[in-house]
Ligand binder design. Structure first.
Ligand SMILES: [Zn+2]
Length: 114
């Protein structure tokens, strides 16, 4: 199988906004549902004492309306104080490569501004 290289423009990844210390982009799910897309923020120098990036993913989480799991969520929040959910996204190899490339480019771009 041929090795996949990052593309420009990047299939499956769109850049949304840029601020001096932050870049944001969206990773689209192959099924095309916007509910499955991951909106990612990469912030450099979130904490000036450490040489780290802060990567935040914004995703929509759903609990099926006519399902007992909604009660499990309520029970978990009530007795444990937290609830854990999982989000999956389907990517082609090309889109995954482009996502990694977008993160890599964001790091390079933000470091140039330091
Ligand atoms: Zn999907």
């Amino acid at each position: 199988m041929a090795k996949v290289k990052a593309q420009t423009p990047a299939y499956g990844v769109s850049e949304n906004a840029e601020w001096p210390d932050t870049k944001t982009f969206t990773v689209e799910c192959e099924c095309t549902s916007q509910d499955h897309a991951i909106n990612t923020h990469i912030e450099i120098d979130a904490d000036k004492e450490f040489d780290q990036l802060e990567v935040t993913h914004w995703v929509e989480m759903y609990t099926p309306a006519h399902n007992v799991s909604r009660w499990k969520v309520i029970w978990s929040l009530l007795w444990k104080g937290y609830h854990t959910e999982q989000h999956s996204i389907m990517l082609t190899r090309q889109a995954a490569k482009n996502w990694i490339s977008a993160v890599d480019a964001a790091i390079d771009h933000l470091e140039e501004k330091k």
